[in-house]
Design a protein around this ligand. Structure first.
Ligand SMILES: [Zn+2]
Length: 179
């Protein structure tokens, strides 16, 4: 069975347009090597945490958006960004957290969704498709693609994931909740 991915969301396309209009493509590429400490196959760009990069008169300004307020991985992400900038000889920088607009799982890149699935985590459905539907509606097993899956716990390995089990191949898996 084929694992289906939603088309690039409007929210992701807006992020991509902002990146492509940036005067600092080399810094975007540099920071693309920084990965999510909880899901190491996913870069902060893929995840949507890496939000904006600007050069002011005094310093490089990197804006990151937490996936949710109080996410315990945020400090590690910030430290990793700072380490990569320092290793590249950039001394004058500021990493700023932005909470508005709030992060949405729709910010995850199409590549990020496919990497999540390959890693064994079911990618979040697009928010427009899941609005008003129960959390466990038609979630595809990341291993065999079956939609015969059921939620076994609303909380998986971390608060942003729910635990599912596939009825076809019997594998338990995490589902990255759409928010
Ligand atoms: Zn399965």
């Amino acid at each position: 069975m084929v694992i289906e991915f939603p088309l690039p969301t409007a929210a992701y396309q807006a992020r991509l347009a902002q990146r492509q209009a940036s005067a600092l493509p080399e810094i975007w590429a540099l920071l693309e090597q920084v990965c999510d400490p909880e899901i190491p196959v996913l870069s902060l760009w893929d995840l949507g945490v890496l939000n904006d990069i600007e050069q002011t008169d005094e310093r490089l300004l990197v804006t990151i958006t937490p996936t949710y307020s109080g996410c315990p991985a945020m400090q590690t992400m910030r430290d990793d960004i700072e380490a990569v900038l320092r290793q590249s000889g950039i001394a004058a920088f500021e990493v700023r957290e932005s909470l508005s607009p709030a992060w949405s799982s729709d910010w995850i890149s199409p590549e990020g969704r496919s990497k999540l699935t390959a890693y064994g985590i079911a990618a979040p459905r697009a928010c427009t498709a899941c609005r008003g539907q129960p959390l466990d509606a038609e979630i595809q097993c990341p291993r065999c693609g079956s939609t015969e899956t059921r939620m076994t716990s609303e909380f998986g390995s971390t608060a942003c994931k729910a635990l599912f089990q596939c009825q076809a191949c019997l594998e338990p898996f995490d589902y990255f909740k759409p928010i």
